[in-house]
Design a protein around this ligand. Structure first.
Ligand code: ADP
Length: 267
């Protein structure tokens, strides 16, 4: 990556694992000071160590993005710690299980909307107070290809990600004249390994998970899953001045899977 984010400060929510972790480390490698945030303290601190070991600057703040006080405190702590805030990556998210809508408990639906959508609203709201005062800033939202199409057994997740996509466009309208930019990334199937579940899986579960991953790879015209770093590269670009005329853009990183009919449920 050639993007230079020196003297910029970024918050990446949900950066203890997966895509968020890759985005945080890529921003750190591009020179940004990174506030890593997650509900999982050990995982978040591991990301901080990774950034620091790579020569970057980072700190951790635990925050549940669905809680207004915690979202506000995350922004405040970041500005206190690093002296500024320039980039917000709303990445924290939950899946909500694999159920059809009539099987979803109302509280489980609410939780997906609370973390994915309300969390994006809250962190953006408090970051905006700072951005407006500063006269600059940008937001990168982690949406999903599942926000662009109807995917099987993922009603709450699809609805939450679709909402994030149009919120991104709407924010571009409201704050363009303030010089603020908002863009969203739609990852397809990303190879985050077996993530936190890996060590807990029985051999049978491991084989089943491996089969799902292979099926997902086959659904994407490029014939493989993306590495998290391939999503992170786009986040760094969108956060940088190289993307200075991009706002309200919804960019897929999906190996071409939403261009075809050969798209369905991987698991
Ligand atoms: P992906 O594979 O799509 O990147 P992960 O589940 O690996 O998804 O990562 C999502 C991250 O978001 C996890 O580290 C998780 O702990 C975090 N997260 C989930 N809920 C919240 C929340 N309410 N507030 C902050 N972070 C959260």
């Amino acid at each position: 990556m050639t993007e230079n984010l020196q003297h910029k400060t970024a918050i990446v929510t949900g950066s203890g694992n997966g895509i968020g972790r890759a985005i945080a480390t890529a921003l750190g490698a591009a020179g940004a000071r990174v506030m890593v945030s997650d509900v999982l303290v050990d995982d978040g601190e591991r990301t901080v160590r990774e950034i620091i070991d790579n020569g970057g600057e980072a700190a951790f703040t635990a925050a549940d993005v669905s809680d207004a006080d915690q979202a506000q405190a995350l922004v405040r702590t970041t500005v206190e710690r690093f002296g500024s805030l320039d980039i917000l990556v709303n990445n924290a998210g939950v899946g909500g299980g694999k159920l059809r809508l009539h099987e979803i408990e109302p509280a489980d639906f609410d939780r997906v909307i609370d973390v994915n959508l309300r969390g994006t609203f809250l962190c953006t709201k408090y970051a905006l107070h700072h951005f407006l005062e500063q006269g600059s800033g940008c937001v990168v939202n982690t949406a999903s290809t599942y926000g662009l199409i109807g995917a099987p057994n993922a009603a709450a997740y699809c609805a939450s990600k679709a909402a994030i996509i149009n919120l991104t466009r709407q924010l571009a309208v409201d704050y363009g004249h303030d010089g603020l930019r908002f863009n969203a990334i739609c990852p397809g199937y990303i190879d985050t390994g077996l993530g936190r579940r890996g060590p807990q899986l029985s051999p049978e579960e491991f084989d089943a998970a491996t089969a799902i991953r292979e099926k997902a790879a086959g659904m994407q015209p490029l014939g493989r899953q993306a590495q998290p770093s391939e999503v992170a590269n786009l986040a760094v670009f969108l956060a940088s001045d190289s993307a200075s005329f991009m706002t309200g853009s919804i960019v897929t990183v999906d190996g071409g899977c939403t261009t075809t009919f050969n798209y369905g449920e991987a698991s």
